[in-house]
Each structure stands twice: as C-alpha cells, then as structure tokens.
Design a protein around this ligand. Structure first.
Ligand code: ADP
Length: 320
C-alpha cells in the first residue's frame, strides 16, 4: 500500500485533528503518500484531494473540529455517489482510506469498500459515544468534560440561591453524555431517552432533598428524552421552587480536546494506517479499556451500544 487517503465525515468531534495528524505522520514514516480529502464525502466526490505533508498537520493536535473539514452528503448514500468518490481515489492510485467519523460515516466507508475494492479502516469519532466496538470514541471525553464544567459552574449559583437547575445536554438517541455528566456533577436526576422517567417522582425527590437541607439541585436531561424547558415548567409548577434551565447545545462539540481524546485519537489514527498496511480492510479500530482492537464494520454496524443501567442506579443512590 503506497497511497492512502484520510477523510473526516459527519458530525465533527474534538480529537479528529489528532487522528488526522497521527494517520498522516504514521503513513509518511512508513514511506506512504497520504492524501487529505476536504469536506468529507462531498469533497471526495468532487475530487477535492491533496497530498498532506507533515507540516500540514503541525500544531493541530490540540485544536477542536477538523482541519480537513467535514460534512454530510445525501449523494454519497447513492451507488452513483459512492462510485464517483471511488473513481477519484483510484485515478490517483489510492488503495486505502482511513475514515474518521460516526456510524453514518462508517456505513459510507463500508459501501465504498464493498463496491470499489478499496481498503477502508474506520476510526470512531462521535461526541455521543454511541458506536459499538470501542469503550470510547474520539470526542466523548471532551464533550462530557465540557458539560461537567458547565454543571459545576451552574452548581455554584444554584447553591447560592437555593435553586433547581435543569441542564440539557446532547443525545438525541441515547443518554451516554447525560449519564456521565450526571454522575460526575452529582445530579439529582438524569433523564435519558432509553429509560422511562416520572417527573412526579423527581418532584418528590427534590422536595424530600430540600426538606433534608439540600441547598441546590441539578437535573441533567438528554435532548432526546424531553426538553429542559418542559422539565423546568413542570417542576416549577408542582414544587413552587425557583427553577432555571440551560441548554448547552453546540458548545459540547467544540473546544480543545482533552488529553485523553488526544492520546486516544493519536493511537487510533496510527493504528488505522498500520492496519491498512497489514492488509486489513472493513474494520474499525477501537479501545477495549486495555488495548487497541479491530472489529469488522459488519459487526459494528449491526449492533447497538446501550447505556449501562448500573450507572443510572449508582446516580440515584448518590442523589439520596
Ligand atoms: P456520523 O458519521 O456523524 O454518524 P451521519 O450519520 O450524518 O454522521 O453520516 C455522515 C455521512 O455518511 C452521511 O451524510 C452520508 O454521506 C454518509 N452515509 C451515511 N450512511 C450511508 C450509507 N448507508 N451509504 C453511504 N454513505 C452513507
């Protein structure tokens, strides 16, 4: 394998740059020519490729977002789109691609490989951490640290004014960000899309905590469960407490990656290139808590990651 390409696709995640840097420098170190693809699959179909050198990836390890830029593309979901993208790789003699992104991007990677024969290795990058085959994906640690920092700041003012605060975090389909943020910030309740909840029960818990002398309460809501505004309205009406809410929104996506995400992304980016050079394809690199792993994309894309119910129970015990 003498020529490979690196693509970032789908939702951006802090740490993508560290993965790009690692892929480029690992490739160059092994005598491989590495091409960067701009703007995800859309750029691939337009032939927006360039030879990435070591200088191009200098100084980016600590920057959020992706210097290659990212995007979503409906056209790449069609056979014609995938064929157009594959053609641009083949015309430059590129035999393998490292594709950094979420599950949609990994689906696209599998299609690209199946229809063109180009080898692909996926690198899981998603602030939601919803990709099976890895304990954490690139960006998750940064996102939860951003959310926890916000919750800590809110806690200060909530305590000073004896208030209830409802904080909405990202997670349309799942509560991974909400559960970690709630556990780390000592939330009184965590609402996630996967588990039914009762606002009546939460009001009882808040009242009993207040009666015991608790000076502040924080409730973490994953956006897919309900909205923070709705939770605020119900709790304010039922308890009579002063309740405020905050939607963290896109600030969870940005920012400098944590040390964890930088190291994880560096290991993933490098392992992906080494996998291509070892002749592997249609696999995703991952981390099982101990070491780097390789999981077939077929397995990654046919399973679902679920929130650990023990963590939710633990959060309830801690909220007593
Ligand atoms: P993420 O990678 O963050 O999960 P998306 O789900 O939006 O983000 O997917 C990113 C892009 O991957 C899509 O815009 C599309 O171009 C491509 N993609 C997703 N599913 C497929 C598919 N089944 N076949 C080909 N390309 C796909």
């Amino acid at each position: 394998m003498e020529r490979i390409a690196v693509i970032t696709s789908g939702g951006d995640a802090p740490g993508m740059n560290a993965a790009i840097r690692a892929a480029v420098r690992t490739g160059i170190g092994r005598g491989v020519t590495v091409f960067g693809v701009r703007n995800g699959y859309e750029g691939l179909m337009e032939g927006s490729l360039f030879e990435a050198d070591s200088i191009f990836v200098g100084g980016i390890i600590g920057r959020g977002g992706t210097v290659l830029r990212s995007g979503r593309s409906e056209r790449f979901k069609t056979a014609e789109g995938v064929a157009a993208g594959a053609e641009h790789l083949k015309s430059r003699g590129i035999q393998g691609a490292v594709i950094i992104g979420g599950d949609g991007s990994l689906r696209g990677a599998r299609e690209l490989s199946l229809t063109s024969g180009i080898a692909v290795i996926g690198v899981p990058a998603s602030i939601d951490n919803d990709i099976p085959g890895t304990a954490t994906s690139i960006g998750f640690d940064t996102a939860i640290n951003t959310a926890v920092e916000a919750a800590d700041k809110i806690r200060d003012t909530a305590y000073s004014h004896d208030r209830v605060f409802v904080i909405e975090v990202m997670g349309r389909q799942n509560g991974f960000i909400a559960v970690e943020t709630g556990l780390a910030s000592g939330a009184e309740a965590i609402l996630i899309p996967e588990v039914p909840y009762s606002l009546d029960d939460i009001c009882v818990r808040l009242t009993s905590g207040h009666d015991k002398g608790k000076k502040s309460s924080i409730i973490i809501v994953a956006e897919g469960a309900t909205s923070a505004a709705k939770v605020r309205d119900v709790i304010a009406e039922k308890t009579g407490y002063e309740v405020r809410y905050l939607v963290l929104g896109h600030m969870q996506r940005g920012g400098n990656p944590t040390a964890w995400d930088r190291v994880l992304a560096t290991r993933f980016g490098s392992a992906a290139v080494q996998a291509l050079m070892a002749g592997r394809t249609r696999e995703m690199v991952g981390f099982d808590g101990k070491q780097i792993t390789y999981t077939p994309l077929d397995d990654v894309l046919s399973t679902r990651r679920t929130v650990d119910p023990e963590k939710l129970l633990l959060a309830e015990v801690m909220a007593q």
